[in-house]
Design a binder for this molecule. Sequence first.
Ligand code: MLT
Ligand code: ZN
Length: 463
Amino acid sequence: MPSSALAVLAGSLPQLALSTDPGDLEHYGRDWTRRWTPAPLAIARPADIGEVQAIVRWALAERVALVPSGGRTGLSGGAVAAHGELVVSFERMNRVLDFDPADRTLTVQPGLPLERLQQAAAGHGLLYPVDFAARGSCTIGGNIATNAGGIRVIRYGNTREWIAGVKVVTGTGELLDLNRGLIKNSSGYDLRHLMIGSEGTLGLVVEARVRLTDPPPASSVMLLALPAMDALMQVFDVCRRRLALGAFEFFTDRALHHVLAHGAQRPFEETAPFYVVAEFDAADEAQQAAALAVFEQCLEHGWVTDGAISQSAAQAAALWRLREGITESLAAHRPYKNDIAVRIGAIPAFMHQMQAIFAREYPAFDVVWFGHIGDGNLHINVLKPADLADAAFIEQCEHVTRLLSETLQACGGSISAEHGIGLVKKKYLAGTRSPAEIEVMRGIKRVLDPAGLLNPGKVFDTP
Ligand code: MLT
Ligand code: ZN
């Protein structure tokens, strides 16, 4: 550890509240992946943009790598610090700075938790629509860094769609103020979008201006039990045609099994292999009647075997819990996670191929499928059999992930839909992006972070 380097930083910026406390190093050095042993140099907690710039200039001079840190709820190792990096925690930069009623934007600091951003928007009678289960812990800076998606992408898109401007500090300590809230800006490359989803490898997000929209109309939630995988797409087609969908999610009986074991209420007496959670506008009787008609149509065709439609906000929340509780219910099993994207039309063939691969290679694996089927984004979580050693389990999962990557390559899919590449999927990037694309990415990294200090080793290796 270059302790002299740390002494220089502590001497020039005592207000950073640098910590080398072992508990802090452990806490701030990891995300939800739990696969790497945290070993950062120290934790810095800057309070403003100037301090972030000073940290980057110090890191340049002392050749210390930096790992940006938000809520550390990531699932790809993007916020892991395992090699003596300085963790830059944004937890002191967590305020709403401004509301602009004409532009309907909030200007926020990166450490603001998503849920507090949503509450701030609601306080102005508006909606920040990107949403997912980690809303209470994740931060907007991390959401921007990963271009987070979630449960309402089908209607509102990813984080990218809601970022009207972003300020970033690059690997040279330069502050870039990108797009500044403009709706139209046809003045060359949109560097804002380059930063969104770059996983902290091109710049540190230090401020963002987020767009807000009208609050959503009243909605209801429908839970459907499906007898077979092929019915998923038929039910999706009918729902999309006849309802104003806000979300269309799915999970399997294995996912339900774990959520129930974690305390959720069983929805139906009979189990089914697949379930759909669909949220739809239900502002008037016509929309409510349409939902009932959809349910009856699906029953008649044999695409669903059971169903429930929420009649109150509490019932809607209980149905959502079955889907949103899955990640937490699996956490204790330390699942090997996959977060893939395929075109919607490619979903059935892809699912059949992957199920055949699992059945052939590792029939003993507990494979839990769930996700945002209306976005073509499927989560495939593999749980470790009790009698299998950790190392052997990872090896077997990586073998399957190579086959998964080949299957995705053949159908033009992506090895990461919304979690990012981070450390977890770095090996498989070349199955999703061409050598020419990766070379362009490396070139961009060289321009914005010539010393390779920003989140090194994430997405791809740098010299
Ligand atoms: C989800 O959709 O629940 C999240 O992406 C988290 C996960 O995949 O576990
Ligand atoms: Zn997801």
